[in-house]
Design a protein around this ligand. Structure first.
Ligand SMILES: [Zn+2]
Ligand SMILES: [Zn+2]
Length: 151
């Protein structure tokens, strides 16, 4: 006996509005302008901005890129405001170049001056609703390969 027909019906393409709401517990941190590592970050940004391309746009998302504003430099792993509370042991697991006994200062220096820790993003893919700071990790990552996934 074959299973009921409805279990084999494909799901039609559909749009689904999503909202995420949660609290992030930021540790105490200096204002960004007072961060001694900000200079390294800024220097990297100034030097490499000409010719930079949006990380998402280089893959499947170029049709949605904000093209009338300068690209923005995103921290791929750790934002400045959270480095004071990082577990060095946890970081070491994925980034062995960081000691499991690294200080917050060493972690901040790594986060602000390692090219591998940066991603160039257009405004939409950085802070817009399709942005790394807005869309869920699953959706943001999937849009690298699925054109116009986030509208
Ligand atoms: Zn983009
Ligand atoms: Zn960012």
């Amino acid at each position: 006996m074959s299973p009921p027909e409805h279990t084999h019906r494909p799901v039609d393409a559909h749009d689904q509005a999503l909202t995420h709401r949660y609290t992030v517990r930021f540790p105490e941190h200096a204002p960004r302008e007072g961060d001694p590592h900000y200079a390294a970050f800024s220097a990297y940004r100034r030097h490499f901005l000409p010719g930079a391309l949006c990380y998402v746009g280089q893959r499947a998302g170029a049709s949605q890129c904000t093209d009338d504003r300068p690209l923005e430099l995103h921290h791929a792993t750790l934002e400045f405001a959270v480095v004071n509370a990082v577990s060095a042991e946890a970081l070491h697991r994925d980034f062995p170049e960081i000691s499991e006994h690294a200080t917050a200062e060493e972690i901040a220096a790594w986060a602000e001056s390692s090219p591998g820790q940066f991603r160039w993003l257009c405004q939409f893919h950085h802070r817009g609703h399709g942005g790394a700071h807005t869309a869920s990790h699953a959706d943001w990552t999937a849009q690298l390969y699925v054109p116009e996934l986030i509208e």
